[in-house]
Design a protein around this ligand. Sequence first.
Ligand SMILES: [Zn+2]
Length: 477
Amino acid sequence: MCGAGSRRIHSRYVRQVADLPCAGKEVRLRVITRRFVCEVPHCRRRIFAERFGDRVVADRSRRTARLEYIVHHLGLALGGRPAASFAKRLMLRVSNDTLLRVVRRRTCGRIEPLVVAGIDDWAFRRNHRYGTIVCDLERRRIVALLPDREIATVRAWLCEHPEIRIVSRDRGGGYGEAAAKALPDAIQVADRWHLMENASAAFLEAVRRSMREIRAALGATRINPELLTCAERLQYEGYLRREQTNAAIIALVRDGVSLKEIVRRTAHSRKLVRQVSRGESTDIFRTRQSTLDAHLPFLDAQWAEGCRNSAELWRRLQVQGYQGSLRVVSEWMTRRRRAERATNQQLQKVPSARTISRLMTTARDHLSKAETITIAAIEACIPTLVEARKLVERFQAMLRQRLVADLDSWIAIASTSLIASFANGIIKDKAAVCAAITESWSNGQTEGQITKLKLVKRQMYGRAKIDLLQARLIGAA
Ligand SMILES: [Zn+2]
């Protein structure tokens, strides 16, 4: 303690230290340790033992430093129990508890300052419990795991790190608010991937809202129940019931009856009544998609050639790569015959909103002939939908090409279009969206770290406490 040297030996004792195995045998070192007497008069430590340096054997350690290093990394890579059984094969005698203890103990606090932070949430258990992950985007490392995603928790953590200059976060409001309160001077960056995703989702929503017009455009507004499959007929009846309900509610609204009274009279939920009265009910009926859909042109052609034998048709379809059963084909044939008798026109299928949205955007260059006709009909009749698509494309181009100057004019047009609610979201979060266009930081690598986190979490069969999870993830970096 005083730093003076001493040559006066007091006694010796033997320490047992485990070392790496050698030639298939466990190795145990018997280290004879000397105790010395301190001769400085006022020193508080009268007797002291010699040290061997942390790089050989740490003080009070039962293992040499090189063994401890391997034990630590086994624990990081495999967790407690699997690492213990693997260690046994390597002839290292450590228990699972020891492994985890070493992992926990050796997690060192970070030294470098955190300047660019990426924040996202991750699921302990999906839809049940979520935590927060904070990454150092400059060094590509996990910095901390927080036990939940509450604003207060994140805010408190951020307050302890005033050195953060840039916060990259997803588009949910929570992290933005926490960052704004804790670090008012930091730049917030909305995540580009989420922005892209939200833009696509906004277009899908626009298609959903336009489904009535789309049906009208495709001339499939009248449904002949005769031509539906059994399952479709059940759904169609439900659809008719819902339409009846909606008509009744709308009639009451028109008569000026209050919402509360309508709820009482019709015995429908308040939510439903409110939706219908605001015209938000976007219920449409469409026929189901079946395994035959892709082969309909071929079937039509065969039918036109005069093939009326369903078994024969099924065999020809199988050559074309069809994997469904004969029953599906013969049911199609029955309906086809009925259709011939009924209207002499083929069964018209309206694709789902999701399919239409895909056909109008990403798959636009690879449409089949039938799809091209469908999409052309939709585009000709519903110009607002085409406008919405152009706006979404322009927004995504803006993100890709870093055209921040375009944002204001884009917002001006978009806020009156079919994707107005998306545009309003952008207005509310405008600073962060601008930063997403100009800054190079993105949360992409945070998503990657979450993948790693999930792997480690599952290795421990979901029993890991957050401190151990954190120790394993940060220690491994
Ligand atoms: Zn001393």
